[in-house]
Design a protein around this ligand. Structure first.
Ligand code: MN
Length: 491
């Protein structure tokens, strides 16, 4: 059994451009606890008042997970952590000559003394202490050992080796963790970074070398190229090494999406385990194999991680793929309808279009001669923008009769007119359906100020994703109408 310290809310939040409100921190912490992580590093208490509010709201929940704050080897950091009622501190001291000389401006002796004093102080105040060496993988191993051995003598409950700039290799990781865990009597933890794309491999090697805990983040978010991805390590351990964790794997996809939404960091489609393409199949020969036995082209079933098998229709798809997909969607067609749908998909595929489930439903409706009725109409759109005023947009939406809803009027600000218009739309729709805007791209079709612009929006509702293009001269209308069309397709 390997323990997991999740640092999505600390190292993950240090991703460039990410900042969470206390309420958002709490929402993620609840999800992490539900997922089954052993320790939640909720933040760094010294950072700000808002950060402490966030940590406090998490510690007041009585969660199963141990709640931890990051702290430097300083009493003031530990005092702030204590104020937040955390169970433990992730007590970090740099150990490489580079960090001690340039960052800390302290000698080895001074650094060691500070770290040990801080450990003692935290222990005296009833905290669990995970004593952590920053830049450990570029440190003198003898100095590292001295710190850990003395730290444990003073009462450190766990020690952690940080590969702060991600320069470990799987071989070095195994050797280092083996060497240290043989001499240390408390659990050893691994904290890796993904600068060379090896964080997962290095973390697993650390565990094989003797680490009993690892630091991970959801979606592998974190500074620079990120931290070690939780879903990758958990699933690799479980599937490939037969090593267990307390993670409820079927919740991985959902937690990944919540973190992505709140941190405004999209999950790349090809992301292992939780990406939308992680279990997607397009080429005809693969789908043919899947129909016969899903194991032919899937290492694990998508349901195990809460993801979904997706059959992507495009120019590589054969008839077997369409047939299989229709079965999954529980749609039956006559032979003639089937042929016509297949033709359309081939043509669209040749044009380079990706055909989503929603697109397919629209094609089928059209071929069956059914009208695609719009549920929501844009009645009015006003945008005010100019010099020295904040761009403002207001919209009025109407609903078709069967929705039995009153019209909606909403106003919003934005950094520019398009942003204002989309924000107004988002506000209006938050009460209608849980739809999020995941992507927005603009392309000018030819040159000149009267040129057509093509706006592409990507919208998501649960597992369903649509991509809609709209082109016209007016960028604001193109944007709003693309979003409208996408929403109508999704609801
Ligand atoms: Mn880190």
């Amino acid at each position: 059994m390997v323990k997991i310290l999740d640092t999505t809310l600390r190292d993950g939040e240090q991703t460039p451009g990410v900042s969470l409100t206390p309420h958002e921190k709490l929402e993620i912490a609840l999800k992490l606890d539900d997922l089954g992580v052993d320790i939640i590093e909720a933040g760094s208490a010294i950072t700000s008042k808002g950060e402490r509010e966030g940590i406090n709201s998490i510690t007041s929940q009585g969660l199963n997970a141990e709640i931890c704050s990051f702290a430097r080897a300083m009493t003031i950091d530990i005092d702030y952590a204590l104020e937040c009622n955390v169970d433990s501190v992730h007590l970090v001291t740099p150990t490489s000559d580079l960090h001690m000389k340039y960052k800390l401006r302290k000698s080895r002796e001074e650094t060691l003394k500070c770290a040990l004093d801080a450990t003692e102080y935290a222990k005296d105040h009833g905290l669990i202490v995970e004593l952590s060496a920053e830049d450990a993988t570029r440190s003198d191993i003898n100095f590292l050992m001295e710190l850990f051995i003395k730290g444990v003598e003073i009462g450190a409950d766990r020690i952690c080796i940080c590969d702060t700039v991600g320069i470990l290799t799987p071989e070095r990781s195994y050797d280092l963790f083996k060497k240290i865990s043989e001499k240390i009597t408390v659990p050893v933890s691994a904290h890796c970074h993904n600068d060379f794309g090896m964080a997962t491999a290095n973390t697993i090697s650390a565990i094989r070398g003797g680490a009993q805990e690892c630091h991970l983040t959801i979606n592998g978010i974190g500074e620079r190229a990120g931290n070690t991805s939780l879903e990758e390590v958990v699933m690799a351990l479980y599937t490939l090494y037969d090593i267990k964790t307390n993670i409820k794997t079927e919740k991985l996809y959902e937690v990944s999406r919540v973190v992505s939404r709140l941190m405004k960091l999209p999950v790349p489609p090809n992301k292992a385990i939780v990406g939308d393409n992680a279990f997607a199949h397009e080429a005809g020969i693969h789908v043919d194999g899947l129909v016969k036995n899903t194991q032919t082209y899937e290492p694990i079933s998508p349901e195990i991680v809460g993801n979904k098998r997706r059959i992507i229709l495009g120019k590589h798809s054969g008839k077997a793929a369409l047939k299989y997909k229709l079965e999954l969607m529980e749609i039956s067609l006559s032979r003639e309808e089937f042929e016509r749908v297949y033709e359309r998909i081939k043509n669209l595929g040749d044009l380079g279009k990706y055909i989503s489930d929603v697109d397919l439903k629209a094609i089928i409706k059209e071929i069956k001669g059914e009208v695609i009725e719009r549920k929501i109409y844009l009645e009015e759109l006003t945008v005010v923008s100019g010099n020295k005023i904040t761009p403002v947009a207001s919209i009025r939406l109407n609903f078709s009769d069967d929705c039995k809803r009153e019209q909606l009027i909403e106003t919003s600000f934005g950094v520019g007119p398009v942003d204002a218009a989309i924000n107004a739309m988002r506000k209006a729709l938050s009460s209608v359906a849980d739809i999020t805007l995941e992507g927005y791209h603009v392309r000018s079709i030819d040159s000149g100020t009267d040129a057509f612009v093509e706006v592409t929006v990507k919208l998501r509702r649960g597992h369903e994703v649509v991509e809609v293009k709209n082109s016209q001269e007016d960028i604001i209308r193109a944007s709003v109408e693309a979003v409208m069309e996408g929403i109508n397709m999704l609801i």
